[in-house]
Every structure is written in C-alpha cells, then in structure tokens.
Design a protein around this ligand. Structure first.
Ligand SMILES: [Fe+2]
Ligand SMILES: [Fe+2]
Length: 324
C-alpha cells in the first residue's frame, strides 16, 4: 500500500542516540510523496550512518505517524532508566526530564494539539518540571514515578499540559492558577508510589476486588505524601486527592459531586481520563484520536465530568480541527 506524506512525521537526526534498537521503520523522503525505507524496526541505530545522510543534506528521518508513539515511549523509557541512576547530577536529571517532556509534547502535537494555547501549556509545564527538579524532595518524588512505570511519567506530563490547556480555555488566566494545574497534573498519581509496584503496573481489568480497593488508596496516599512535605500548595494537594472524583458522584475516594469538588480538580480529572484515551497506557489496547476520545466521553460515558470543562476541551479540539 502506498503511504502519503500525510501519514508520516519528521524526526530530526539529532534526536537519535547510537546503539539503541529503534522500535519503528525509518524512511528518508526523496520527493513530495516519495518515501524510502532505510531501516527496519528493531534495527540498532547507527548515528554514523545517519551522519552520512546529514552530509547529503538530509536533516530528518520519517516515521509513520501511527507508530510515532513507540518512539516517544522509547525516549521516555530511556529517560526513566537514566533517572534511576543515582550518580547523575541535577543538570543531567533536568535535561533528561525535559527531553522526556518534549517527547510527550511532540506526541501530542502529532495528535493535533498544535495550537498557540497548547504551546503556552508546554512552557508552563516545562517551568513546573524545572521547579520540581530544583526542589530536592519534590524532585525525588517526581523521579520515582518513572520507577513505577515509564508510561506514568509520560501520562503525568500529558495530564499536566492538558490541564493547563483546558484551564486556559475555561478562562483561567493567572499564572499562579495555571501553575497549580500544571503541578497537580504532574503529581496527581504520586500516591501510586506507595502501593506495590506490581499492582500499579496491572491493568484494571485484571485486578481482584481487594486489589482495586488497594489501588484506589493512591489518591489518599498521594495527598498524605504531599502534605508531609509541607511545601506543596493546598490547591495542588486537593487536586491530587480528588483527581478520581467525578461530577456525578461516582468517583473515589469521597464520591464528591460537582459542587463539592475543588474547581481545579474538576479540570485535572477530565484531563486525566482524556489522556488515558489518547496516550498509550496499560488499560487500553488501542488509543483513540482526539475526536474519537471526545465522542467516547460524550456518548459512551455520558460526560461524567464538569460540563464547562468538557465544553472547553471540545472547543479546543473543534477549533484545532478547523485550523487543520
Ligand atoms: Fe490516579
Ligand atoms: Fe492519572
């Protein structure tokens, strides 16, 4: 089957590291619609070979759009492995987390979030990543997310920037408020660190009743962990505690209804569920595109989230589609 330019995304040659098995087929672009396979998935990257391309003025290799997430996932997982090495200095850690964050952002760009609004969200989330990195106690917590699973690091970064995007579309303008959303998104699953790692990595469908009950304690445990640090703003602690509540009172741990939920938790709870539909994770076999994910929330789930927040997200995706 012929593939067209619409089905590919460019990856700069500078993004490849030598000696790592590349999880996707790589192509060079020879003409408007002409792509030639140069490396099969599973082959080890060879930066010297890529340099040859560079001499021939090839600045990018091309990857099938629908496979891009595999590459993003790999760089996040490499960052996760590197972060767990204690000998790294703070500068190296910061650059790894920033690299992982960029991969998530790029993945979301390719999903269609290329609005100016989204760029602001990226910057805010990156600033928060920096802040987390500079606070030793927060930094240890954040890094340990990658020890639970590397998908969790990308999920957290994704939820962080989606929360800022939705918050902006709802009219939140103050930098401090947007930063709380970004930080709440980044740390919302921190309580998973306190439950057995095998359980945190298990799909929901494979858990027994008692395992689900134990897993659900992560919201409360997350709140406790952040409170014990004494430096996290109360609003962020509330976001973490309430990120599994929903507007119809069927969430956990408190079964709060919309009126009782913290306004920022309403945003993060929607961003959390939405991210789980569009970014790869253990609970779904196939990710949805942004429109399909909206339809699913609207028609299958019946919008169990704050209605204004959902309308704001819908507006972002609709505008984006028109712009495309
Ligand atoms: Fe959670
Ligand atoms: Fe989450």
């Amino acid at each position: 089957m012929e593939l067209t330019a619409k089905e590919f995304v460019p990856i700069s040659l500078t993004e490849f590291v030598s000696g790592v098995a590349i999880p996707v087929d790589l192509f060079v672009r020879l003409g408007e619609e002409k792509f030639v396979l140069v490396a099969k998935a599973g082959q080890h990257s060879n930066v010297d070979q890529f340099k040859n391309y560079q001499n021939k003025e090839v600045a990018y290799l091309w990857v099938r759009k629908k496979e891009y997430y595999k590459l993003a996932h790999q760089s996040i997982s490499l960052a996760g492995i590197a972060l767990s090495k204690r000998e790294l200095n703070d500068k190296q850690r910061t650059s790894l987390v920033t690299h992982a964050a960029r991969s998530v952002f790029k993945q979301m760009d390719h999903l269609g979030f290329d609005l100016e609004l989204y760029n602001n969200a990226k910057q805010i989330t990156l600033a928060i990543v920096g802040l987390v990195e500079n606070h030793k106690s927060l930094s240890d917590l954040f890094e340990s997310l990658s020890g639970v699973s590397d998908q969790l690091l990308s999920h957290s970064i994704g939820v962080s920037s989606l929360s800022v995007v939705i918050g902006q579309a709802l009219g939140y303008e103050k930098k401090g408020t947007l930063e709380k959303l970004a930080m709440g998104g980044l740390l919302h699953e921190i309580g998973l660190k306190a439950i057995p790692a095998e359980l945190a990595r298990k799909p929901m469908s494979a858990m027994s009743h008692s395992e689900v009950a134990l897993w659900e304690t992560h919201a409360f445990r997350g709140m406790q962990m952040l409170l014990s640090l004494g430096i996290v703003p109360d609003d962020v602690v509330s976001i973490v505690y309430e990120h599994h509540e929903n507007s119809i009172g069927q969430g956990f741990p408190q079964r709060l209804r919309d009126v009782k939920m913290h306004p920022l938790a309403k945003v993060v709870s929607l961003a959390d569920s939405y991210a789980d539909l569009i970014l790869p994770n253990i609970n779904i076999a196939v990710t949805k595109n942004p429109r399909e994910a909206l339809m699913y929330i609207e028609h299958t789930l019946g919008i169990p989230f704050n209605k204004e927040a959902f309308r704001a997200l819908k507006k972002i995706i609709d505008n984006d589609k028109k712009a495309a």
